[in-house]
Design a protein. Structure first.
Length: 100
C-alpha cells in the first residue's frame, strides 16, 4: 500500500469517527458536551487538512490552512468557555442563573 492510499483510508476513518461527534454536537445533553464535540471535530478537521495537503503534494499551503483553522478553533472554545463563566449562564439551559 502506498502513502496516497494510506492517507485516503485514514481520512475516511477520521470522517467516520466524526459521525458520533456530530450526533453529540446536535443532541448532547449539555452545552458543554456540544462545545467539546465541536472542538474535537475541529481538531480532526485540522488533521484532515494535513492529509489532503500530503495527498496533493501541496503540504506547505495546507499547513497554513490547518494552523489557522486550529487557532480559530482554540480561540472559539476559549471564548465560549469565558462567556459561560463570565455571564454565569447555565450550560444545560443557556439561561442566566440566579446569584447565590
Amino acid at each position: 500500500m502506498d502513502m496516497h492510499t494510506f492517507f485516503q483510508y485514514a481520512g475516511i476513518a477520521l470522517l467516520v469517527l466524526m459521525l458520533p461527534l456530530v450526533y453529540r454536537g446536535f443532541r448532547g445533553p449539555t452545552t458543554l458536551d456540544r462545545i467539546v464535540a465541536a472542538n474535537t471535530i475541529g481538531t480532526k478537521t485540522t488533521v484532515l487538512l494535513l492529509f489532503i495537503g500530503l495527498m496533493f503534494e501541496r503540504l506547505e499551503m495546507f499547513i497554513d490552512f490547518a494552523l489557522t483553522y486550529a487557532l480559530l478553533n482554540f480561540v472559539a472554545s476559549l471564548t465560549l468557555s469565558w462567556y459561560f463563566q463570565r455571564n454565569r449562564v447555565s450550560p444545560e439551559t443557556l439561561e442566566p442563573t440566579e446569584d447565590i
